[in-house]
Design a protein around this ligand. Structure first.
Ligand SMILES: Cc1cc2nc3c(=O)[nH]c(=O)nc-3n(C[C@H](O)[C@H](O)[C@H](O)COP(=O)(O)OP(=O)(O)OC[C@H]3O[C@@H](n4cnc5c(N)ncnc54)[C@H](O)[C@@H]3O)c2cc1C
Length: 464
């Protein structure tokens, strides 16, 4: 038991000052709630990501945020070139919709926005100790600035990232939102480096048929789900390198892939900034709320599993949450919070489910299977472009026929690819049927149906 030296009541407490948490705080403060954000890191370090992430402009719009500009945006436009593991095949998407943004500057902008609306951010917090009435949290005690404090609130937003510090303490959420399994975790790293030798950098671009600003994506380099993305900035002074993999099963981590690349690439100079972390890749949880609790961002697995993109979907969550609780006498009321859960899952759930199936497919295919996918013409621009837009795509009938023929010629490939395509097709129907109102029986029925329709893909790997 912690002795408190201060105690006060607010409307909402947000745990975690990453992009999802701070934006949720801003959105809740905008509708008139008294909000406090608790962040365990020191203020100088800041919360959340501190590297560069690729984000869609439309996601800022959906989150109710102004679209970022330079210097927050470091690179936009250009092509996205997607190479097979051997480099023999390349799929090109001409207009890359993903803008590379400096998360340190986005974080600062979000924090300033939250504070301008009256939200308070407390850094260097530890010894969080939640108090419950039944399952519902009603207060949190913590240490900050050398003193102990207590905050009572009607709404607690868990934005603490993948581990979900509050989520994991609530029995009903623990059951519905199990910890992310190691086989569903991507280890990613991203760094900005100085370019030491411009001619060497130009030769690298030339070898890949790329120009400054283009994203050179090398897929399947360390297991089926792995990537190295090199994006040279226009002035050729700096280069961004992003790497990621699923280390479960013995693959190198994103950090190791990045180190290997840098050690054998002489034109890459000293690091400027960057970092790394784990990304949850499993399908979004079926429940995002409990009485007095809402999950946002990585804590809710609001990450597009196809390429581990969680910024945009985490920002959107704050907006949807604030719209749902606006005007409610009790923002933690289960029926009020269910509006957030239902609206978010009905609108975005299918993308998470569809691309989770694609992600599992790529793991099963492995490096050689990914190569086969390219060789068979199945990794087409029509399939790659929607993934960059973080939408589910559809194929025109003529192209669908070409893909079907390619699969028919390689039954082994079809065995792995077809179930993923089936889930992609079923996911929009499944999430359109997500209950609109809080009704435990309807939710149970939905989960049963979703479990069957988004069934586990066959546990098969392609033979070498
Ligand atoms: C290298 C890399 C590259 C990526 N690239 C992209 C990309 O290109 N595009 C994209 O959209 N996404 C990308 N992602 C994913 C994206 O960064 C995450 O999805 C996003 O940062 C999650 O935001 P969040 O606010 O939910 O959680 P986090 O950023 O994890 O923030 C959680 C915060 O909670 C705090 N916290 C944790 N526990 C406690 C506690 N007990 N008490 C108080 N505070 C606590 C943490 O310190 C942290 O500040 C990438 C991730 C990595 C690692």
């Amino acid at each position: 038991m912690i002795d408190t030296t201060t105690s006060r009541e607010v409307d909402a407490v947000v745990i975690g000052a990453g992009t999802a948490g701070v934006h949720a705080a801003k959105a809740l403060a905008e509708i008139g709630l008294r909000v406090v954000v608790l962040e365990r890191r020191a203020e100088a370090q800041g919360g959340g990501a501190h590297w560069c992430n690729a984000v869609l402009a439309k996601h800022f719009d959906l989150a109710g945020l102004p679209i970022p500009e330079a210097p927050e945006v470091r690179a936009r436009g250009g092509a996205s070139l997607l190479f097979s593991p051997s480099g023999a095949y390349c799929t090109r998407v001409d207009e890359n919709p993903m803008w590379e943004c400096d998360m340190r500057l986005l974080g600062k902008r979000l924090r300033e926005g939250a504070e301008a609306n009256g939200a308070e951010v407390v850094y260097g917090v530890d010894r969080l100790d939640f108090r419950f009435e039944g399952e519902r949290p009603v207060a949190v005690c913590f240490r900050a600035g050398g003193a102990f404090h207590r905050l009572g609130a009607r709404l607690f937003v868990d934005a603490s990232g993948m581990k979900g510090v509050l989520r994991s303490q609530i029995p009903s959420l623990r059951r519905a939102c199990p910890p992310v399994a190691p086989e569903d975790v991507c280890a990613a790293h991203q760094m900005i480096f100085r370019v030491r030798d411009v001619d060497g950098a130009k030769r690298y671009l030339e070898a890949h048929g790329a120009r400054p600003g283009d994203a050179i994506n090398e897929l399947g380099i360390e297991g089926g789900y792995s990537i190295r993305v090199v994006r040279m900035e226009h002035g050729l002074e700096e280069v961004s390198v992003l790497t990621g993999s699923i280390p479960h099963g013995g693959h190198k981590t994103g950090r190791q892939i990045l180190r290997d690349f840098v050690s054998r690439t002489s034109w890459v100079g000293e690091p400027v900034f960057g970092g790394g972390a784990a990304i949850p890749l499993r399908r979004i949880y079926d429940r995002l709320t409990a009485p007095g609790v809402a999950l946002v961002g990585d804590a809710a697995c609001q990450v597009m599993p196809g390429h581990g993109s969680g910024i945009g979907f985490g920002l959107i969550a704050g907006r949807v949450l604030a719209d749902a609780v606006k005007g409610a006498a009790d923002p933690g009321d289960p029926e009020v919070l269910f509006r957030y859960q239902s609206r978010y899952l009905r609108r975005h759930g299918a993308v998470f489910a569809g691309y989770d199936a694609v992600r599992k497919m790529s793991v099963r295919l492995g490096t050689e299977g990914i190569e086969k996918l390219f060789a068979a013409g199945l990794f087409s621009t029509s399939l790659a472009a929607p993934s960059l837009h973080q939408e589910l795509g559809t194929l025109a009938p003529a192209e669908a026929l070409v893909h079907a023929r390619a699969l028919a010629e390689d039954p082994e490939l079809a065995w792995v690819v077809a179930p993923a395509l089936a889930v992609m097709g079923a996911a929009p129907l499944v999430y359109r049927a997500y209950p609109r109102e809080l009704d435990p029986a309807a939710l149970r029925a939905w989960r049963l149906a979703a479990g069957a329709l988004l069934a586990k893909q066959a546990e098969v790997k392609l033979a070498a």
